[in-house]
Design a binder for this molecule. Structure first.
Ligand code: HEM
Length: 109
């Protein structure tokens, strides 16, 4: 299912309290600029703040792509027990596809 990056930018409003996607600035969560293709738990400037679970996932080879990001966003705690993202998840497949497309587009303001 191909997502729409413009619609995804609106969906990203649910993430903005904790994440930037258009700059490398960290908030409560790590910057998501360039997250697609990044190994989980490896943003250098966020190293001291990741959970052990997120770092271990990366050490075991988890590289964020459209498929595993969709699974994480649908059920963050179920996909990765022990991760500390305090977010219930997105319930709509369309929202998930759109926000993933937005992140993949390496959005600039
Ligand atoms: C981690 C996406 C909402 C806080 C992550 C990661 C992704 C992500 C991809 C892993 C990043 C990495 O490996 O470097 C999203 C998206 C959201 C969302 C797309 C909205 C749909 C939120 C919200 C919060 C939050 C609302 C705060 C209440 C965090 C934190 C981490 C994280 C603290 C690090 C988790 C850990 O180390 O265990 N998020 N997130 N996120 N997110 Fe979110």
């Amino acid at each position: 299912q191909e997502g729409d990056p413009a619609a995804g930018k609106t969906v990203f409003n649910k993430c903005r309290a904790c994440h930037e996607a258009e700059t490398d600035r960290n908030k409560v969560g790590p910057s998501l600029l360039g997250v697609i293709g990044r190994t989980a738990g490896t943003l250098e400037s966020f190293q001291s703040r990741y959970s052990p679970a997120m770092k271990e996932a990366g050490e075991q080879g988890l590289v964020w792509d459209e498929e595993n990001l969709a699974a994480y966003l649908r059920d963050p705690k179920g996909f990765m027990p022990g991760n500390k993202m305090a977010f219930a998840g997105l319930k709509s497949d369309e929202d998930i596809a759109n926000v993933t497309a937005y992140l993949k587009a390496d959005p600039k303001p």
